[in-house]
Design a protein around this ligand. Structure first.
Ligand SMILES: Cc1ncc(COP(=O)(O)O)c(C=O)c1O
Length: 388
């Protein structure tokens, strides 16, 4: 059966020259970004400071809504930021750690930047509890749920684990957190764009991520969803004039908060990055995440099958329902193999305790998977010959 999604390939120039299996790290750039960037420069050049009023001021909210649609977030509930770490800082600044409820529960499978941020909050009184993983692939859900107790304030966890692509049980984590009065900060960076996310169905408190991976939006745009009832009352201490109810009043003294999404923003928005993000968001919305997911399950399944045929270790769950868009394959000398693949224009990456991460997206052909695996086989053969 013809793969309908391949008609989008022509939108991404790099696919003509490389085997692009690295969308877990940086999604391919849509051709339309050239025009978006030219439009940005033309507007700045021709309209000067008037660009703020005519387009730029509202851009942060508009792009937030474009991202929000993909996770079923209500309009106005998604603010944009530079990255996920900043989103964590905004959330943390809405709470304080001086009371009895000051425990932060996370897992050793979180993305390190998110760990570093929360560990640093110990200096402000946070008690930080890290739930350890046994096999480096799956998060032990029961152990995580047990750690969330009546003193827990926040649970910052990844939806899909960057190392293994394991899909955390977000529903169970949010349910347990709510039962004891805690809030969950769900990092959906490795899910949104390849695995369906519905923040309303999950009753998520906060969800954050960035657009540069599965959303093909380039670096510089992170996003933060805040559940509307929380959005009305939370007061971020990491704040600034963009969050003011009357920013052009330039009032002295404490802030008077505006409504979301600007309430959760702070200083001047990252306009060029917001402009660059739009073409990718438009394409992803047009393709539709359910179709992306269906294809991803098949292609990641095929990669696992091929790795098994060669007897290579797979550090990704085998059940399609429990894995995201990446397959981590730890073949012998995997770091060296990764370097060789890059030289051959097969774009993948390598992570410690994971191996080579291969991440097909909607624009990849089945043949590209075979090409990548055949190249690994060849590299390993050549290495054996040289070692003799
Ligand atoms: C799950 C996850 N969270 C966060 C990040 C990055 O955080 P930041 O946007 O702060 O660089 C990554 C990868 O880059 C990731 O995979």
């Amino acid at each position: 059966m013809a793969d309908e999604l391949l008609r989008y390939r022509s939108e991404f120039p790099i696919l003509e020259r490389t085997t692009y299996l690295i969308s877990n790290s940086l999604g391919a750039m849509p051709r339309a970004v050239y025009d978006a960037m030219k439009g940005y420069a033309d507007l700045w050049a021709s309209r000067g400071v008037r660009a703020w009023e005519e387009r730029w001021w509202m851009l942060a909210a508009e792009v937030g809504d474009e991202i929000g649609v993909l996770m079923n977030a209500p309009k106005g509930s998604v603010s944009t930021h530079q990255n996920v770490t900043t989103c964590q800082a905004v959330v943390a600044s809405c709470f304080d750690f001086s009371g009895k409820r000051n425990k932060i529960v996370y897992t050793d499978m979180n993305f390190p930047s998110v760990m570093y941020f929360w560990e640093a909050q110990r200096a402000l009184g946070a008690r930080v509890h890290m739930v350890k993983t046994d096999d480096g692939i799956r998060v032990p859900t029961e152990r995580l749920l047990d750690a969330i107790d009546e003193t827990t304030l926040l649970v910052p966890v990844s939806h899909v684990i960057f190392r293994s692509a394991y899909i955390n049980d977000a529903e169970a984590i949010i349910e347990k957190a709510h039962k004891v009065g805690a809030h969950v900060v769900l990092d959906i960076f490795q899910s949104l764009g390849t695995v369906p996310v519905d923040v309303r169905a999950l009753n998520a408190d906060f969800a954050c991520g960035g657009v540069l991976k599965w959303l093909c939006g380039g670096p510089g745009v992170g996003y933060l969803y805040v559940r509307p009832d929380l959005g009305k009352k939370l007061e971020p201490k990491f704040t600034g004039w963009f969050a003011h109810r009357n920013p052009f009043g330039f009032e002295a003294g404490p802030i008077r908060y505006s409504d979301p999404p600007f309430r959760f923003m702070n200083g001047t928005s990252h306009i060029p990055a917001l402009e660059a993000a739009r073409p990718g968001l438009k394409i992803i919305a047009g393709v539709g995440i359910p179709r992306i997911r269906e294809k991803s399950k098949k292609q990641t399944g095929r990669l696992i099958q091929l790795a098994d045929q060669h007897g290579w270790r797979v550090n990704t769950p085998r059940e399609p329902e429990k894995r995201g868009g990446t397959v981590s394959i730890d073949m012998p000398d995997s770091q060296e193999v990764c370097r060789e693949l890059l030289k051959r224009e097969i774009l993948v990456d390598w992570r410690p305790k994971a191996g080579v991460r291969m991440s097909p997206h909607f624009y990849n052909t089945d043949d590209e998977l075979e090409t990548a695996i055949a190249a690994v086989e060849e590299i390993l053969k050549e290495r054996t010959v040289t070692a003799r």
